[in-house]
Design a protein around this ligand. Sequence first.
Ligand code: ATP
Ligand code: MG
Length: 180
Amino acid sequence: MFLKSIQIFGFKSFADRSVIEFRDGISALLGPNGCGKSNVVDSIKWVLGEQSTKTLRAEKMEDVIFNGTENRKALNVAEVTLTLSNDDGVLPIEIPEIEVKRRLHRSGESEYFINSAPVKLREVRELFFDTGIGKSSYSIMEQGKIDQILSNKPEERRYIFEEAAGITKYKLKGAEAERK
Ligand code: ATP
Ligand code: MG
């Protein structure tokens, strides 16, 4: 499984619909300060269901929507789509290519889609359980993350190992069964 492309529209500095394509292997985003490299990383976290505005480097969630420039009007919607190759069946949907989309309207309305079907945030989270990709997982290692992991409380650190071991979903199912 790997990230094939990101389609961004209206998210932070991406006023035009932009597509960034990746190959299996290593890719690097290069560009001058402020050109939007970190915004691309933010957009990935956002689709994966990030709800913390601090993590997204915004004051309120609405701030992720393109807010205009001197000669360009602000937009009212932000939309990001991740296309993932699932040839190896790591994601629990038996199709070779999976699209996950998040859309946010300035009115506050928020939508998630998996392969164009509307879903709940919870279903997006479930798709990535035990793959290491989830929003609080280890696939995105930004500045300071290693320090943060090392200084985490033991139970927070254990989460990383449980995710890598592939038992997160069983733990959650167990907790759900106990509640019933
Ligand atoms: P550096 O190399 O300094 O880390 P970078 O390439 O990572 O830079 P980003 O942090 O991704 O840059 O982009 C910052 C730019 O994004 C700023 O110019 C900021 O004004 C713009 N930006 C952030 N949010 C929005 C928004 N909602 N609407 C329009 N522009 C935005
Ligand atoms: Mg940056």
